[in-house]
Design a protein around this ligand. Structure first.
Ligand SMILES: NC(=O)c1ccc[n+]([C@@H]2O[C@H](COP(=O)([O-])OP(=O)(O)OC[C@H]3O[C@@H](n4cnc5c(N)ncnc54)[C@H](O)[C@@H]3O)[C@@H](O)[C@H]2O)c1
Ligand SMILES: [Zn+2]
Ligand SMILES: [Zn+2]
Length: 382
């Protein structure tokens, strides 16, 4: 089969790879109909994630058809069209039974924090991902869900990570009626977080980025006010001015480890790798939220130290909440919002690209070219 393969930082290509096989009676094999590239894949592509091995296939957002199941699989069968959450979870450990699917204890021998994620390096279990024609899906009775008839394929694809994550980001903000929410980052996660904030009762939503085409999307898709951080002297002071000097009630970091906006932080984190991630957006979130406010962190950071303004967070009495999103938990509510027409997730999809051109897709998404917001990959294009 054809699969995307990592060859080193900024180098990916399509190669012929062995077909995945059932390795355990709980496995299924899925023929991938649609996959996507996530902002998280860019951290791998840029060589930021420890233990990303040459030959690894990325891709944790995918939907497709089950072509084979192992002997003990009961809830799905051959021929089912399924959406698969990005996290691999056993469903029965201490953490899974509490809904902490992304912290599953049984799927990643290398870590005590994160569980398993498809196509996300050996730090996250070493599972090959779905930017390929076929993928092995462990614990097939736990993750995959049959796509309901009324749900369109691209909308189902957005639920496997970006939408579920954005919604979770808004949930962790503990938004109450009338709150002002500032979202840092107007990528897929930030756009969905902004849109979801209204569902939780926000009275005002402000999205911050430096890419005008994405801020335009924040206005039209998420009905948000926008702020381009390079157009103001000091983004925190500006946000304070917009919020009667107090600050926002809630801030959501939807940027993560490669944040721009401060040269030293960006270089020490993203280039020299002296920090687990550039804390620029996270520090802006801490600074621009009011005393007693909440910061929700969806942006991903590596395991080592980052220069986060922890003392300021402590002295302001902030609540900091974060995790890799256990997206499957969000699906029942999100199904309702899609079905009632409030959300049309695929409105953020900008590109549909056959697997053979995935190297160009990575370059375009990474360099933010051609108005790219969310590229969808078609692995089995006729
Ligand atoms: N917690 C989770 O489960 C989870 C799931 C998916 C993605 N993520 C993470 O969420 C983050 C965003 O993902 P995405 O797919 O939207 O990525 P993306 O790369 O498309 O978007 C990031 C956006 O942040 C903007 N940005 C850069 N520096 C900024 C700053 N200082 N302030 C404001 N905006 C800034 C960029 O211009 C870009 O538009 C990534 O770190 C990704 O790894 C986490
Ligand atoms: Zn992701
Ligand atoms: Zn588990």
């Amino acid at each position: 089969m054809q699969a995307m393969v990592y060859r080193g930082p900024y180098k990916v290509r399509v190669e012929e790879k062995e077909m995945p096989k059932i390795e355990h009676p709980n496995d299924a094999i899925v023929r991938v109909d649609l996959a996507a590239i996530c902002g998280s894949d860019l951290h791998l592509y840029h060589g930021m994630m420890p233990d990303t091995r040459v030959g690894h296939t990325f891709g944790h957002e995918f939907i497709g058809e089950i072509t084979e199941v192992g002997g003990s699989v009961e809830r799905v069968r051959r021929g089912d069209r399924v959406m698969v959450p990005f996290h691999i979870s056993c469903g029965s450990c201490y953490f899974c039974v509490r809904g902490l699917f992304t912290n599953c204890h049984n799927v990643n021998p290398n870590a005590t924090a994160i569980g398993g994620i498809y196509g996300y390096s050996h730090s996250c279990g070493g599972y090959d991902g779905g930017q390929a024609q076929y993928v092995r899906v462990p614990f097939a009775d736990v993750g995959p869900t049959v796509i309901p008839d009324w749900l369109e394929d691209e909308d189902a694809l957005m639920l496997t990570d970006a939408l579920g994550t954005g919604y979770f980001g808004a949930q962790l903000g503990d938004i109450v009626e009338g709150d002002t929410v500032v979202v840092f980052g107007a990528g897929p996660v930030g756009l969905f977080a902004a849109k979801s904030s209204w569902l939780m009762g926000a009275g005002r939503v402000i999205v911050v980025d430096h890419l005008d085409y994405r801020l335009e999307k924040a206005r039209t898709f998420a009905q948000a006010e926008t702020l381009n951080f390079v157009e103001v002297d000091d983004v925190v002071v500006h946000l304070k001015k917009l919020t009667e000097g107090l600050g926002a009630d809630v801030a959501i970091d939807a940027v993560g480890a490669e944040a721009d906006g401060n040269f030293t932080q960006h270089v020490t984190a993203a280039k020299l790798k002296l920090q687990g991630g550039s804390p620029v957006a996270l520090n802006w979130a801490i600074d621009s939220v009011r005393k007693g406010g909440t910061v929700s962190v969806m942006g991903a950071y590596g395991p080592i130290f980052s220069a986060v303004k922890f003392g300021d967070a402590m002295n302001k009495g902030l609540t900091l909440r974060m995790n890799q999103a256990p997206v499957k938990r969000q699906w029942p509510r999100l199904f309702e919002h899609i079905r009632n027409g409030y959300l049309k997730p695929n409105e953020i999809v900008t590109h549909r690209i056959p697997l053979e051109h995935i190297a160009e897709a990575y370059h375009m998404f990474s360099a933010k070219l051609d108005g790219c917001i969310k590229p969808v990959i078609i692995p089995n294009a006729a």
